[in-house]
Each structure stands twice: as C-alpha cells, then as structure tokens.
Design a protein around this ligand. Structure first.
Ligand code: CA
Length: 227
C-alpha cells in the first residue's frame, strides 16, 4: 500500500484530499504546516507527497528544497493556486515531479497521483535491473560487490557488503544486533557488540553526507537503514 503525505493548511482541502486518497486505498498522513510536513518526511518513509505552496511555518518551496538537499527523492506533486505560472516553473526547478493547479477535479488528482507512483516505481526497477541500488552517496551493486560514489570506486570490505545488504533487504525496518550477528557472522563466531558498532560507523562514513543519516541507531534495539 502506497503511503502519501498531504501537506496543506486549508482544513477543508486537507481533509477532502485525505478522505479521498484513503478511499482509494492509500495510507495517508497529513500536516497543516510546512515545517511539520518536513519533520514527518525526515522521520518516516512516504511514496508520494502532495505539497501546497503557500503554507505557514515553511513554504512548500522551502520544504521541497530542504527535502532534496537531504537526498530525499520522494516524488512531490505541488498544489499551486490558479495563475501562479511562475510557481510551477520554480517548483519544477527545485525538484518537484509534477504540479496540479487548484481548483482541480478529484479525478485529475487521482490520475496524477497514480501516474507519479507508477513512474517512481519504474525508476526503482530500472536502477535495480542496472545492478545498482542508491544508498546515500553510494550506488551499490550487491551481486558484483561494487560500490561507487558519483562514479568513483569506494572500497567496502566483504563484511561491510554483507551488513549493508542485510540492512538493505530489511530497509526501513529495525534490524536487531542479534539478527545482524546471526545473519552476517553466523552462529559459530560471535564478535563483541563493539565490533558491530565499528562496522556501522565505517559504513556511515561511506554512505552519509553531512546532512544525511541513512543508518539510524534505534536505541537499545539495533539499526535501521532509512531509504
Ligand atoms: Ca495554502
């Protein structure tokens, strides 16, 4: 089930969008301020964002700008008001995937939502078929045990690949330390838990940029690869 975030300050518009998207079978969350919307996008994984431009807290443009700066490529459809032609251009330049002009028909909106979800799913498939997956700065090919950062080879040890692969298979879910120990080291060798921390630290240095943190420590439990 695709997850959609609706960021819209006008109550009637927001609840109308949420109700109709839920009715279509999407899991929907919403925010009525730009800064709250951005917070949700930082904490959780969505498949699509419907983002109003004129918002309290942080404008839709600023939300979009910061989202892309964090390396978050969740598809964004901007909701622009009639006659704001400049906004559309600016929005697309900032990395919006699409826009829809208010007032819009429900049918048009749902068609756009579906098309954008389909497009982004196809892009993910393309990348996977090309043998690489995007994890932070890295393009990782688990079959060939190769990783590159914008075309430059990055050396990962075999264990680092194994850990990253396991986290990737369980992406956006908590992976416990015991789980990692068992899957990566097996039952006959049990390294100290400090060893896992060191591997995670090294992986973070290779994956993350200054602004992003893709391997999140879930205190007292383990780790989560957030993509
Ligand atoms: Ca608004």
């Amino acid at each position: 089930m695709a997850r959609i975030l609706v960021v819209e300050d006008e109550p009637a518009m927001r609840s109308g969008l949420c109700d109709n998207l839920e009715f279509e079978g999407y899991a929907v969350d919403s925010a009525d301020r730009g800064d709250d919307g951005l917070k949700k996008l930082e904490m959780e994984d969505f498949d699509l964002v419907l983002l109003d431009v004129m918002l309290p807290g942080l404008s839709g443009f600023d939300v979009l700008k910061q989202l892309r700066r964090m390396g978050n490529n969740t598809p964004v459809i901007l909701l622009t008001a009639k006659g704001e032609e400049m906004d559309k251009v600016r929005g697309l330049e900032l990395g919006a995937d699409d826009y829809i002009t208010k007032p819009f028909s429900l049918r048009e909106l749902l068609a756009r939502v579906k098309a954008n979800l389909r497009r982004s799913a196809a892009q993910v498939t393309d990348r996977n078929e090309g043998g690489g997956v995007d994890i932070g700065r890295l393009l990782v090919n688990f079959d060939a045990l190769e990783a590159t950062d914008h075309g430059v080879h990055v050396k990962l040890s075999h264990k680092e690949f194994e850990i990253l692969h396991y986290l990737y298979k369980k992406k956006n879910q908590i992976v416990t330390r015991d789980d990692l120990l068992d899957k990566v080291w097996g039952s006959d060798y049990q390294p100290a838990s400090r060893t896992i921390d060191n591997f995670i630290l090294r992986l973070r240095q290779k994956i993350d940029t200054v602004e992003t943190n893709h391997i999140v420590t879930v205190h007292g439990m383990g780790y989560k690869l957030v993509l």
